[in-house]
Design a protein around this ligand. Structure first.
Ligand code: DGP
Length: 129
């Protein structure tokens, strides 16, 4: 199903132009408009699911993760990459259409426990107990 009000559905249906990195009948991959790394590509299923927890069929999950390999090869991420799947409010997901971020093109530190989580320097401000 497609959600006519969803920006990523519109990208998947080519109703909104974007630079396509990889595409097949099930998924489309395109570069993030606010890249955090030299390579920052998003992979989405063309069907609408709000997030990875939204009863995404296993076949669709397989198609999305198979596309990770394609994107990594196209982008030349021979030295590694990071996958990120923000899911829901607690993870600051901003576009409610399941997507996998593929980040790479340089070294990335591991997420720093000083920045978030119960050990963060501003843990109280962030609402952790
Ligand atoms: P997330 O916070 O995990 O929901 O990430 C959504 C990402 O999508 C964010 O990094 C910015 C990107 N984004 C949002 N709208 C568009 C768009 O219209 N085109 C492209 N290329 N990227 C978008």
């Amino acid at each position: 199903m497609i959600d006519k009000d969803c920006i990523f559905c519109k990208i998947g249906a080519h109703e909104i132009g974007t630079k396509v990195v990889y595409e097949n009948d099930y998924v489309i991959a395109f570069d993030d408009m606010e890249p955090l790394m030299p390579v920052h590509t998003l992979i989405i299923p063309k069907e609408h699911y709000a997030n990875v927890g939204d009863n995404v069929p296993e076949e669709t999950l397989g198609k999305v993760f198979a596309a990770v390999r394609e994107v990594a090869a196209i982008k030349g991420l021979d030295n590694g990459y990071r996958l990120l799947i923000n899911t829901g409010e607690d993870a600051s997901q901003s576009v409610p259409h399941f997507h996998v971020h593929v980040l790479g093109g340089g070294w990335m530190p591991r997420p720093n426990d000083q920045d978030w989580g119960p050990n963060a320097t501003n843990a109280a401000e962030l609402g952790y107990k």
